[in-house]
Write a protein that binds this ligand. Structure first.
Ligand SMILES: [Cu+2]
Length: 532
């Protein structure tokens, strides 16, 4: 998507942003100490929270979309939701996006509403409508739970209530929430509407993390003008390094081990994470990927997280006097992709006895004390027997792009092999129909000159093969990168994944798509129906 001139033409009005400042809270100053997001933990098996989604434009012209939570009079943005398997999550959303500017109206591209089914307020999807996707959770894809196809929450409407039970079998780990209105997801996520979800219990399966200081890092990415790919800034818990001169600061004690839980909540950035000590990347001990504990930890110097993926790992701080940086390496997304440039996410400040040159802005509420629990084997986790299950169907899918003259790709498709290439429509029939109980192997190929990130809602999948060779990955994922095609005479890259539809909890219609959010918004998505 190198060139998006047609979008620039359609949305030229948005280059002059003059939206009345609304009521998103201020974000931390450049170079701030990175605090964990405010955390809300479930109490007695229930987490109940109300979020207001608001909107404003900051002094530099960046659009903010913010989940506001009133913590006893203090407004906190995008708190972390901490739940246990089996808990009930009640989340009420108030849409208070204020859209009082004509430019914003111009940007509102009409998407056809779903025929028949509606959930919430109905009406048309638009820049002002919202809903919430609970990324990675194995919960039902139905109204008031994790439906994104038919749910629309319109501005000013009375609160919309999500209520779901976190399955007792939900793997412990890091998940996240974000809006998912087709056609407009990128705008709201670009503006910062995303937060972390922790399903507690990692220490039961990975005792390495017991007792370690835990950090939650939500990495977001923002274009100045949404939908017009171009220069962007990354932030870590909303602390930006806008001028690449005053990086955010992560504090550690010299020699300390910390458990870092990182969400890639960017709109399209493939993060290649490193912790660089005295100019050399150091080994990171990977505990979990995409909210699923590894059967065996492994050490890597670089951890690639596609957009929407998560990585949880142990970082060892060096002795005092060392230099240490949290860094993302450059990653090539191919001839028609946007380059993901290298850069510092944060400087690591080594502080003896918590004495810092900088004062943290606000204390981070401690998570609920973790009960001492016997350790459990990852063999007891959901999906862990998937490798040995009989496969009920094999499918082939592919990503592709269609070019429009010299403007680069203008259509983005994910297609079930044998079907016609088409973009997603809310009222389309499912591209795939299967049944509860099915275990399927999908080979997903990338026939585009750009890397894509495959994601399916409701389930985790096992990566069996990468480019036809055993993947050597013992975990489960919900998002996976598939590198770009290098052009005629070269093979397509592919992954073969095992999809587990055995759990009746996830019966219903949901979606699979590319998690480069512009691609999803432009239709690189389809439905799958899992019949009960
Ligand atoms: Cu894509």
């Amino acid at each position: 998507m190198r060139s998006r001139c047609w979008l620039a033409i359609v949305f030229c009005g948005c280059s002059v942003l003059s939206w009345a400042a609304s009521d998103c809270p201020p974000r931390p100053a450049e170079g701030s100490v990175v605090n964990d997001p405010y955390a809300i933990s479930s109490q007695n098996g229930v987490l109940t929270a109300r979020f207001t989604l608001a909107h404003s434009v900051d002094q530099d012209g960046y659009t903010h979309y913010c989940y506001k939570y009133d913590a006893s009079g203090q407004i906190e943005e995008a708190p972390t939701l901490r739940v246990n398997p089996g808990d009930t999550l009640n989340l009420e959303i108030f849409n208070r996006i204020k859209d009082d500017d004509q430019n914003a109206k111009k940007m509102t591209m009409k998407m056809p509403a779903a025929q028949g089914e509606t959930c919430g307020d109905g009406g048309n999807p638009s820049l002002d409508a919202t809903n919430v996707h609970f990324h990675g959770l194995n919960v039902p894809p139905i109204c008031h739970q994790d439906d994104v196809i038919d749910t629309l929450i319109q501005p000013g409407s009375p609160g919309f209530k999500y209520s779901m039970q976190i399955p007792t079998t939900e793997p412990p780990g890091l998940y996240w929430y974000h809006p998912h209105v087709h056609g407009f997801t990128e705008f709201q996520v670009n503006g910062g509407a995303a937060g972390a979800i922790v399903v507690e219990g990692m220490e039961k399966y990975r005792p390495e993390v017991q007792g370690l200081t835990e950090r939650i890092f939500v990495i977001r990415q923002q274009y100045l003008v949404p939908w017009i790919p171009g220069p962007y800034e990354l932030s870590i818990n909303y602390v930006v390094d806008q001028n690449e001169k005053v990086p955010p600061l992560i504090q550690m004690q010299p020699g300390e081990q910390q458990f870092w839980r990182v969400v890639n909540a960017s709109i399209q950035d493939f993060l290649e994470l490193e912790v660089v000590v005295n100019n050399k990347p150091e080994k990171l001990e990977i505990i979990a990927l995409d909210g699923y504990p590894l059967a065996k930890t492994r050490e890597e110097k670089e951890i690639l997280i596609p957009p929407a993926g998560r990585a949880e790992f142990i970082v060892q701080a060096p002795p005092s006097g060392s230099s240490a940086v949290f860094y993302t390496q450059a990653y090539s997304t191919g001839p028609t992709g946007n380059p993901d440039v290298a850069g510092t996410l944060a400087d690591i400040e080594l502080t003896d006895n918590n004495q810092s040159l900088h004062t943290a802005k606000a204390p981070t509420p401690a998570p609920a004390p973790k009960p001492a629990s016997p350790s459990a084997s990852t063999a007891a986790l959901k999906f862990s027997d998937l490798a040995h299950q009989a496969v009920t169907a094999e499918r082939k899918l592919y990503f592709s792009e269609e070019f429009g003259g010299t403007n680069g790709p203008i259509q983005f498709y994910v297609t079930v092999d044998g079907q016609k290439q088409r973009v997603f429509e809310a009222d389309e029939k499912p591209a795939i129909t299967t049944k509860v109980g099915a275990v399927e192997d999908w080979t997903i190929e990338n026939r585009a000159l750009e890397t894509h990130a495959f994601h399916i809602h409701q389930i985790h999948f096992k990566v069996l093969e990468v480019d036809g060779k055993p993947a050597g990955d013992d975990g489960m994922r919900d998002t996976i990168e598939i590198p770009y095609w290098s052009g005629p005479g070269t093979p397509y890259h592919s992954v073969k994944v095992r999809m587990d539809f055995r759990d009746p909890t996830i019966a219903g219609t949901f979606v699979f798509h590319c998690h480069i959010l512009l691609h999803e918004d432009l239709g690189m998505m389809h439905k799958i129906l899992v019949e009960p």
